[in-house]
Design a protein around this ligand. Structure first.
Ligand SMILES: [Zn+2]
Length: 106
C-alpha cells in the first residue's frame, strides 16, 4: 500500500512540474559584431521590441546568445567617434543592463 501511495504521489507531482527553463547563459567573452545601416530597426527586430527605449533611436544593441557569445549590432562605423558604440555594447555584454529608467548609467 505504501508503494502505491508513493507511485501516485510521484505521478501527481510529475503533472505539476513546469516545463524546463532555458539555462542562464554566462558571457564567454566572445563577441559577434554586425554593422548595419539601420541599427534601431534591426535592434527592435532582434530584441522583439517596438518603439524607442529612451526616446532616441538606438545606435546599437546587444543580446547574449545560447552559446555565451554576445551579439552586438551597431551603426556602421565611419569615424573614430563611432567606436564608442561598440565599447558601450560590449560593456552590456559583461554587465547586462546598467541603465536606469531614463537611460543614465547606474
Ligand atoms: Zn546601453
Amino acid at each position: 500500500m505504501k508503494r502505491l501511495a508513493f507511485l501516485l504521489l510521484a505521478l501527481s507531482a510529475g503533472c505539476a512540474t513546469p516545463p524546463p527553463q532555458p539555462a542562464v547563459v554566462a558571457w564567454t567573452g566572445m563577441v559577434r559584431w554586425i554593422e548595419t545601416e539601420t541599427p534601431s530597426a534591426d535592434c527592435d527586430r532582434l530584441l522583439g521590441r517596438r518603439g524607442m527605449r529612451f526616446g532616441t533611436p538606438s545606435a546599437g544593441c546587444y543580446t547574449l546568445q545560447r552559446d555565451g557569445t554576445c551579439l552586438v549590432i551597431t551603426e556602421r562605423i565611419r569615424r573614430e567617434q563611432d567606436l564608442g558604440t561598440i565599447g558601450h555594447e560590449v560593456k552590456h555584454c559583461r554587465d547586462g543592463d546598467f541603465h536606469d529608467d531614463e537611460g543614465r548609467w547606474r
